[in-house]
Design a protein around this ligand. Structure first.
Ligand code: SF4
Length: 338
């Protein structure tokens, strides 16, 4: 157990202020995420340092296509999540804490994470696989050390963190991929348990303060693949986040715990890509499709970054610009290895 940050006492309960659920937690009870508990009037984190995953990944796997391309990212996760998406691709670890005590996992210190990242030649640490918000205290401690060691901090998130968390953490955050799971409040709330608006507000804020932001949407037939939702999200990105914000539209595959919906037809992804491009987005990519993953100059259409699935094979961008027409290409392109 580790002292939690961002909570207050409200009468005879604790209000957790880490995410937009703002759970009110009675003595001896846990919050929705199952990893924060009221213990004798103090809120504690149950998953601090209890990593359920630690891997070296290509940064493209996050996905982040315009941030340190071709670099390796040391990727960690603790158990738990503040959302309950039935189709979750990491269900076994995101919902692990519903049935298991994170305490049975081995402890890893923040220092060990940073050392492992440096030893493996990574240029960043990714807080990913589950929702980093719910292992915030650990992510924050790692992030401080990572910065001191010259590593970047990037999150793969559902975007449901509280404003208070962003107030505290934004100075440490370099990049984020926010998974906007549906562009309809009723659909979003029904299938995830979370409201849409705070996520959109957080995206705006992240963009405004200069954190590198990419957006992902996993298209699931019959849930979030209506033309209205796809067009609505495309327009939101164009108008609120900017045409240079990369949008990853991913193909869903049935998961062991969620078999009732078949895989997204490729033509649905192709239609969504077209909607994104027609809305004016410069960088729309497909995920889990095996194509439409290369980056082209939005002005002269020169192919700039070639990828094979999650691996970068060629990067022609020099000094952040297209070598053919000189257009500045949005992103963070300079890696330590060049
Ligand atoms: S992090 Fe979110 S889900 Fe977890 S206890 Fe706090 S408010 Fe509730």
């Amino acid at each position: 157990m580790h002292n939690a940050r961002l909570w207050t006492v409200a009468g005879d309960v604790i209000e957790c202020q880490l995410c937009n659920h703002y759970c009110r937690i009675r003595e001896g009870r846990k919050g929705l995420c199952q990893v924060r508990k009221n213990v004798e009037g103090q809120l504690v984190s149950l998953n601090y340092g209890k990593l359920i995953a630690a891997h070296v990944d290509p940064i493209e796997k996050k996905p982040l296509f315009h941030f340190l391309p071709g670099s390796k990212s040391y990727s960690i996760a603790a158990t738990g999540c503040n959302l309950r998406c039935s189709w979750c691709q990491n269900w076994d670890i995101s919902q692990f804490s519903n049935h298991n005590d994170p305490d049975r996992l081995a402890y890893t210190s923040p220092e060990q994470v940073v050392k492992a990242a440096l030893r493996s030649g990574c240029e960043s640490i990714s807080y990913t696989y589950t929702e980093p918000t719910i292992f915030y205290e650990f992510a924050r401690d790692v992030s401080v050390l990572a910065r001191q060691a010259g590593l970047k901090n990037m999150w793969v998130s559902n975007g449901y963190m509280s404003g208070q968390m962003l107030d505290e953490y934004l100075p440490l955050m370099d990049a984020i991929n926010v998974d906007v799971k549906a562009f309809d409040e009723n659909v979003h709330h029904k299938f995830t348990g979370a409201h849409l608006q705070p996520i959109l507000d957080n995206c705006r804020r992240l963009k405004k303060v200069g954190v590198w932001l990419e957006v992902t949407t996993l298209l699931i037939p019959g849930i979030n693949d209506t033309r209205e939702q796809i067009e609505g999200l495309a327009d939101f990105i164009v108008n609120e986040l900017g045409v240079d914000t990369p949008w990853h539209i991913s193909r869903y595959y049935p998961q062991p715990q969620f078999q009732e919906i078949q895989a997204t037809p490729p033509e649905t992804i192709l239609k969504a890509l077209k909607i994104g491009e027609d809305a004016g987005l410069n960088f729309v990519y497909a995920g889990n499709l095996g194509r439409y993953v290369d980056t082209y100059c939005p002005v002269c259409r020169e192919m700039l970054v070639a990828r094979s699935s999650i691996w970068m094979s060629e990067n022609k961008i020099i000094g952040g610009v297209c070598p053919k027409c000189g257009t500045k290409i949005a992103g963070v392109w300079e890696t330590k290895s060049g």
